[in-house]
Design a protein around this ligand. Structure first.
Ligand code: NAD
Length: 320
């Protein structure tokens, strides 16, 4: 069995390879070659969330689980609020094959998912990227997003204004101007909006969103969390990584629960990747990607990390 520690992941997986791995996973899910097992997610108290995301890709030969969660007190300890580890197994024998540090991989695979949604669903002429959220994930989100369209500026809003410097610094690193705006300005100016917060209430209201906007909603990954007014989802075409998660722990849980959106109307992004769904219809359509984060994303990037780590001598082998 191989161990690939967190410390070497940055040398093994980047935005490009994460994009390719996650796009292939979403495509495999939509073809029926791969599926995710039900998510286990437990509230541990004091805002801590812990759980397991797992799945099987029969064709891609992936079987495994990511164990981990969100520990909001970690920022004070100087470590990321997300802590996770991926465990890979041989799909024929069940023998463990690898333990892989999952923190950076989580950020890369989550950013890849919203980038894939932008690549396939945003208007080709999108120029303004709007960010809602300025936490740890937001920088990864911005870096992956700007590769997908010719954005000429980034605007952003965050509940805690002191965190906006992260967005300004990341935009500067990418050579883009950044402006902090209110939510009215954000909705009126942004062509693509990424939401990546820990909110439990709608932040963006229906009136904020103009026709033609693409929203990648990445923060809502647990029952009760929410970033959008459910009315937005009734005006939009809703895409997701996996419908079962979208309606139970994703942004669509609220609109479906309120009876104003039917689960059958939600489209898996893999269908767009595979060409079995046309994707965006026209320049006026609002598209929402409900990115809930599926176990197969974690397995896909972890498996790439293991293969490269072995090749480059960065993996430790242990008898198990
Ligand atoms: P973080 O703790 O570093 O930052 C949290 C962000 O949410 C900050 O912008 C903060 O200002 C904002 N926020 C906190 N409470 C809020 C509230 N009540 N209302 C509005 N905004 C609020 O977290 P992070 O690592 O950047 O992760 C952000 C969120 O993304 C988390 O909730 C996490 O669970 C989720 N996430 C989703 C996926 C996925 O695959 N969909 C993957 C990773 C993380």
């Amino acid at each position: 069995m191989w161990i690939v520690p967190e410390s070497v992941i940055a040398d093994l997986v980047d935005e490009h390879s994460a994009f390719d791995a996650i796009e292939a996973s979403f495509a495999a899910m939509a073809r029926g070659d791969a599926y995710n097992f039900p998510v286990v997610r437990e509230a541990l108290g004091a805002g801590r969330q812990y759980g397991f995301k797992s799945g099987l890709d029969r064709v891609g030969a992936l079987l495994g689980v990511k164990a981990g969660g969100y520990f909001p007190g970690n920022a004070d300890r100087g470590i990321p609020n997300h802590q996770s580890t991926v465990y890979l197994f041989d799909q024929d024998s069940g023998k463990p094959t690898a333990i892989v540090g999952g923190n950076l991989l989580t950020a890369l695979r989550t950013a890849a998912a919203s980038a894939i949604s932008i690549a396939h669903l945003a208007r080709k002429d999108a120029k303004v990227l709007g960010m809602v959220g300025a936490g740890h994930q937001s920088a990864f989100q911005m870096r992956a997003a700007v590769r997908q369209r010719q954005f000429d500026r980034v605007i952003g809003w965050n509940l805690h204004p002191d965190m906006l410097s992260r967005l300004a610094e990341t935009a500067a690193e990418l050579g883009l101007p950044f402006e902090a705006v209110d939510l009215d300005q954000l909705g009126a100016q942004a062509d693509v909006i990424i939401t990546i917060t820990s909110s439990f209430d709608a932040i963006l209201q229906d009136a904020h969103i103009r026709p033609g906007t693409h929203l990648a909603c990445m923060g809502t990954d647990t029952k009760g969390k929410q970033e959008l007014d459910p009315a937005i989802l009734t005006r939009a075409t809703v895409f997701t990584d996996e419908v079962a998660q979208s309606i139970s722990i994703g942004e669509a849980q609220h609109a479906v629960g309120a009876g104003i959106l039917h689960a059958d109307a939600i489209v898996e992004i893999g269908a767009v990747i595979n060409g079995t769904h046309h994707g965006r219809r026209d320049a006026q359509e609002i598209t929402v990607f409900d990115g809930t984060g599926v176990g197969l994303q974690d397995l896909a990037v972890a498996s790439r990390a293991v293969a490269l780590a072995i090749e480059r001598g960065l993996a430790q082998k242990i008898d198990f």
